[in-house]
Design a protein around this ligand. Structure first.
Ligand code: ZN
Length: 247
């Protein structure tokens, strides 16, 4: 059943898509759209359903931004690029990972399969074709601090640590921050809770760098925080950072 616009709009002109475990988003501006992250490959059908429910078509998507190139964020990016000629943009440090189809931290997953939530997530990965991600073969680089000339006009902020090229995207006129996996709002090891937090160390390339680099977001003030994993969280970014650094 198609969901209505009102059900998916979680901030002004911003729509949450994906599953209870994996988020990606649509930004509307002047009847054009930006896609932020692309979930798993099987989420392609959901993109069509959402576009139809919102009276849009593929041709209305002007850009695809990737916070980073893990498999649960780049699922249908290549298909979108190929079939709709949508440019895919990410930080240059993620280019190789995107070409490699995501390069997930498999060792960490293997060690954590005793956790029921990780087993549930792993089942979702397999069912969503997350073990065979189409490589993203052509991308355009995003520079730290740049304001992107795409619907929503997000500002890119480099927050490395989860991966080397992790980016957050900030919409100044809507106080919305897409933080990718620099922060989650759910505890990834239990898939419960709604508090800003770092991903567990085994999911971060450099956990200490992840802890440090989120302070780059401190100047943003009140935001609607929209992570790759977990529900939206509304509050002051300074508080979000303090909560995240407690772990
Ligand atoms: Zn990730």
């Amino acid at each position: 059943m198609a969901t209505s616009k009102a059900e998916t709009e979680i901030a002004e002109g911003v729509h949450r898509c994906g599953t209870s475990h994996v988020n990606w988003y649509l930004i509307e501006e002047d009847d054009a759209l930006t896609v932020v992250d692309t979930g798993f490959p099987t989420h392609w059908q959901q993109l069509f359903d959402r576009l139809a429910a919102m009276n849009y078509g593929l041709a209305d998507i002007e850009a695809c931004l990737l916070t980073h190139a893990h498999p649960d964020h780049i699922g249908f990016a290549e298909r979108l690029r190929e079939q709709a000629d949508v440019p895919v943009l990410l930080h240059p440090a993620e280019r190789q990972r995107a070409r490699d189809g995501g390069d997930p931290p498999l060792g960490g997953f293997a060690k954590n399969l005793w956790r029921p939530a990780i087993v549930r997530y792993f089942i979702e990965i397999v069912r969503s074709d997350g073990t065979s991600i189409p490589p993203v073969t052509a991308v355009e680089p995003i520079a730290d601090g740049s304001e992107l000339d795409v619907p929503g006009h997000p500002r890119a902020i480099h927050v490395p640590g989860h991966t080397d090229g992790e980016l957050a995207f900030y919409l100044p006129d809507r106080d919305v921050l897409f933080c990718g996996d620099a922060l989650a709002t759910v505890d990834f090891e239990t898939l419960q809770g709604n508090t800003p937090q770092l991903l567990p160390p085994w999911l971060n390339v450099d956990h200490e760098q992840a802890r440090e680099s989120i302070t780059r977001l401190d100047f943003l003030g009140e935001v609607v925080l929209l992570p790759g994993h977990g529900d939206p969280w509304t509050g002051d970014m300074t508080e979000a950072i303090e909560l995240a650094q407690r772990r």
